[in-house]
Write a protein that binds this ligand. Structure first.
Ligand code: FPP
Length: 239
């Protein structure tokens, strides 16, 4: 059974607490968090990981104070303006999941621009989950499938797990092998809930702005020590 780390997904948590511990505004933590994201993208690419999904902004994050939301949006836009050429140099393809329409127009344009410019890159595929929520994603998939049934294109008993998967925002990309969350919290927070069915989960106590490539490697080591059975039993135990 496969223990290859092909798809890693990260809940980058703890920016606010990190800043508060330093008596700085929360936004200071987000700036450091973005630098760490950049470092981890490069590291994942160097390690030959094929897919890296980063939870950058959830549907619930819209409920944060407006100035923090605005700051995160500008940070994202600036990050993409600055980094797109680097991504191309490293053969990294940029994609997103989430409700792009809710983002400010400038951010939407930059996101589209980075997606297009990196679309031919064949190395790591880095996917930012922005304005993303798993419940919203599953609800939309149900709506799209219901439309197909309503239009008489398929019948209800032709709805398969594969059809549901294809209608999720992650489309054809493989499910995450490992979901990592930093900052000591142990929950998924509406992230990739369908896709996480057989993901290994690792919870690191390190706050995201302090997360290092060594921490990254330790989490990968933890993953490789796991015995993934996907609900089956080991071949040598099957008597
Ligand atoms: C969680 O920390 C982090 C977020 C809500 C946003 C994640 C954003 C970044 C890492 C920076 C932007 C990234 C890029 C690549 C531009 P929190 O604010 O929930 O921290 P807390 O739980 O300590 O309050």
């Amino acid at each position: 059974m496969s223990n290859r780390l092909q798809h890693l997904a990260i809940i980058m948590d703890g920016n606010g607490r990190w800043a508060q511990l330093k008596n700085k505004p929360r936004t200071f933590g987000h700036v450091k968090g973005a630098r760490v994201a950049k470092k981890m993208i490069t590291h994942a690419s160097d390690l030959g990981i094929k897919y890296l999904t980063l939870y950058a902004f959830s549907t619930e994050n819209w409920l944060r104070p407006q100035d923090e939301v605005g700051f995160l949006m500008r940070l994202l836009e600036r990050y993409l303006i600055k980094e797109t050429e680097n991504l191309i140099q490293k053969n990294i393809r940029f994609t997103i999941i989430g409700d792009l329409n809710r983002l400010p127009t400038g951010v939407q344009k930059q996101v589209q621009n980075s997606i297009e410019k990196t679309s031919k890159c064949t190395g790591l595929q880095v996917c930012f989950a922005i304005s993303y929520g798993s419940r919203q994603e599953i609800t939309r998939a149900i709506q799209k499938i219901a439309d197909l049934v309503h239009a008489g294109k398929i019948s209800a008993n032709e709805i398969t797990e594969d059809l549901v998967k294809k209608n999720l925002m992650t489309g054809d990309i493989p499910d995450p092998d490992l979901i990592l969350r930093t900052s000591g919290e142990s929950r998924l927070s509406n992230f990739l809930m369908w896709q996480a069915a057989y993901s290994e989960l690792v919870f690191s106590k390190v706050l995201w702005p302090d997360f290092t490539t060594q921490d990254f490697d330790d989490c990968c080591k933890d993953f490789y020590s796991r015995n993934r059975r996907f609900g089956k039993i080991d071949a040598e135990l099957s008597f």
